[in-house]
Design a protein around this ligand. Sequence first.
Ligand SMILES: C[C@H](O)[C@H](O)[C@H]1CNC2=NC(N)=NC(=O)C2=N1
Length: 121
Amino acid sequence: MTDTLAEKTCTPCRGGVPPLTRDEAQRFQAQAPDWELGDDAHRIQRSFRCRNFRDALTLVQEIGELAETEGHHPDISFGWGYVTVSLSTKKIKGLHENDFIMASKIDRVLDRSGRPVDRQQ
Ligand SMILES: C[C@H](O)[C@H](O)[C@H]1CNC2=NC(N)=NC(=O)C2=N1
């Protein structure tokens, strides 16, 4: 049984590998179905609803710590009541398995924290 994405760890990406094709990205996306594949298949994105600004800020902090631990970093925008996370691998200007590993781990942060976050699509 191969590890699920959330059990994997990101591998340092030093470029030199092609980004995932749309088909490959769609296969990974099946394991992170709450994430939307961008039109150019070069990024995945998901928004979370939070109770207020402080909750959004706390979630951003948690995601930031996870990114530092994994060595793979999302772009995050947030405000009162929402956090939007976008993942793409800068070094290869497209998607890498690392992006889907991070997506799956971010989903686990939410599930574990059990915060009352609606999952807006
Ligand atoms: C060596 C290390 O893996 C790289 O510098 C990492 C750091 N975090 C990263 N995050 C993202 N999103 N893309 C990258 O290309 C990237 N490179």
